[in-house]
Design a protein around this ligand. Structure first.
Ligand code: ZN
Length: 405
């Protein structure tokens, strides 16, 4: 199991001649099953290598009804998770690759975007089982010219990407502002500026030290994910080895981060980690990007019961748009997943959690969000619910849970 999940798919393909040498139908069938099992790692690994994987699946323009267009124009769109900081492209310009940049956020009607910071990714990354022993990011970041201080320090990588968002803010000509407090968000709304919030995808940048919480806070991070693809010092990952919950250190991290006014994100966390977090957290938490198992049963998705527990704790669940979240990356499936989540959790607990620029093909980009508004109306959601899901829930959440000052 470990051999197949920790090796790259290239290594697995090299095993083809061996499989056939054994001969017989049984070997062929079991090898076919192996290939099916290994195809997600193959795709996930590519995401570290090239921005080219962040494609928009070719499609005819989506229909947007007049009613939807008018409604969409009045919605402050908000999204709990996108990864544009991981790539080399200039986010101030309109790009013809990827899913997000400032011009496309403006076209899509965005008022709030959470910018995720990815700081370590195991080689052969997959949704089933990863160790934290390897890091596929190191070669990439050297190639892309990240400063040497980031090569061996996960914390420095997070701080570097936080600085990158500050540089985008500075050059955005007032179009995007990083918000750190309730007041910042209120002012950004007033000034019709896109609010950006920094999110760490996993708490490994703490490097096992509580003293790094204020360091990340001072760099602007207001959302602290606990895990990414591997178990870390804080908690067990949904795609890790142990499937364990919070560590002793993790039990110290959550109250310390919440005391600073940071929001905890349980995306990529094991079910045990989510349970442990709900048991000790004093504030609502988010699951920034996911699908719902009851709608689409994949290893990336979280059980209906766990999502319900997050909602019952006052939290927000961001629904993603990519294949492992909604089974097929289409506007129809994204719509159906959101409608399912609204029915399961109640309209006030569902938000968008695109995973734009997360190394996955998408059915639309940030500029096309009116199509989702239209599709949600067509699916029978009332206007109030569409407004909540498309943005108002996330804005209300951060207006409540960002620090006062
Ligand atoms: Zn993610």
């Amino acid at each position: 199991m470990k051999r197949f999940t920790s090796n790259s798919a290239g290594g697995a393909r090299a095993a083809v001649p061996l499989g056939w040498a054994i001969g017989g139908v049984i070997a062929a069938v079991s090898f076919a099953a192996l290939l099916v099992f290994l195809s997600p790692p193959a795709r996930a690994q590519e995401k570290l290598i090239s921005d080219e994987i962040n494609t928009v699946i070719p499609h005819a323009p989506y229909p947007v009804s007049a009613r939807a267009r008018a409604l969409h124009a009045s919605i402050p769109v908000a999204d709990l998770h996108a990864d544009p900081l991981l790539w080399k492209r200039d986010l101030v310009k309109r790009n013809n690759i990827g899913h997000i940049d400032i011009p496309r956020l403006r076209e899509g009607g965005y008022a709030l975007q959470l910018f995720s910071v990815v700081s370590k990714s195991p080689k052969g990354e997959n949704y089933v089982k990863n160790t934290g022993d390897s890091d596929g990011l190191t070669d990439r970041i050297k190639r892309d010219g990240w400063p040497p201080r980031t090569w061996n320090s996960i914390l420095q990588r997070a701080l570097y990407l936080a600085d990158k968002l500050k540089d985008v803010e500075k050059r955005s000509d007032g179009a995007m502002r990083i918000v750190r407090t309730k007041d910042d968000l209120r002012r950004a709304r007033q000034d019709h500026v896109i609010a950006g919030i920094l999110l760490s995808e996993g708490a490994h940048p703490l490097e096992g030290k509580l003293s790094n919480i204020p360091v990340m806070y001072d760099a602007g991070f207001r959302v602290l994910g606990l895990t990414h693809f591997f178990d870390n010092e804080v908690a067990g990952s949904l795609h890790g080895v142990s499937q364990s919950g919070l560590t002793a250190f993790g039990r110290q991290v959550i109250p310390a981060a919440e005391a600073k006014g940071m929001v905890i994100d349980v995306a990529h966390a094991s079910e045990a980690t989510v349970r442990d977090t709900l048991a000790i957290s004093k504030r609502p938490i988010i699951l920034s990007h996911t699908g719902v198992k009851g709608y689409c049963d994949t290893p990336r998705n979280v059980s209906d019961a766990t999502l319900k527990a997050i909602a019952d704790h006052g939290g927000l669940v961001g629904i993603g748009y990519w294949d492992a979240a909604v089974c097929k990356p289409t506007l129809k499936n994204v719509t159906e997943a959101i409608v399912y989540a609204v029915k399961l959790l109640g309209p006030e607990h569902v938000a968008l959690g695109s995973d734009f620029d997360g190394g996955v093909p998408m059915p639309f980009d940030a500029s096309e969000m009116a199509a989702l508004t239209s599709s949600l109306l067509d699916a029978g959601l009332d206007e109030k619910t569409v407004r909540m899901v498309m943005g108002e829930n996330a804005i209300r959440f951060f207006s409540t849970y960002l620090p006062d000052k």
